[in-house]
Write a new protein. Sequence first.
Length: 280
Amino acid sequence: MAGFTPAVRLALLGLGLALASPVQAQVETREGIALQNQILDLRRELDALRRGGGAVAPAPSAPARGSAASGDLVQQLLGRVQELEEENRRLRGRADVADNNDRQMRAEIEKLRGDLDFRLQALERGAGRPAAPRPPQPGPAAQAPAPAPSSAPRTAEKAIADGQAALGRRDFAAAEAAAREAIRARPGARAQDASLLLGDALMGKRDFQNAALAYDEAYSRNRQGARAPEAMIGLANAFQGFGAKREACETLDNLRSNFPNLSGPQAQRAADSRRRAQCR
């Protein structure tokens, strides 16, 4: 930098440091690309300034004025660099806001994905309408068979007992039919048992979303009953069946809060479900 005044040297040093700022980060927007092009132009002007001892590319309106003119030019370049750095920070801030919004949207979609059908069908059931049919699934179609014809309808207690027997021999279709028959018969005090039977039958058929509906109904029947923990564990397992692990863990957390002294097989089932869902 021979021939430059100390002030010019300091200004050029500041310019070099400014050009080494985060503007080197990759920018993928059109504004960012234009910003990088302007910075490259400044680098070329700076190189010309260094090679020419204070003179840059010819400009008709900029007569040579020695070191004072060079100092003014450097100050102008520094001002432009500061403006470009401010623009770069603004663009990076906009990108950060967009990334944050994208993460929030993805999290919301992930949360809604698992239980959208569950919520809609729960509202329909609450309004007294039958649940909407599920869309066709890959593989052979499976429909719940109608109850076997009989001269006299089974009582709710008999239907539940028959359904439990069918469940024991893994005849999930017969267990589902018996459970639905019991529910239609308005089983009264056995309503929770009928809903649990239906949930177990649907889980056996891997109809996880409708199983979640059945378990939720069973829990709502008697939230403090002896079988309420069983309904919550079934609901958590059904959530896991269609990928809603967050909802499964929330259900298991509620189970722990509502029934802190759970023990025996139910406690073991809850622990196994928590481990499968990778709950914290």
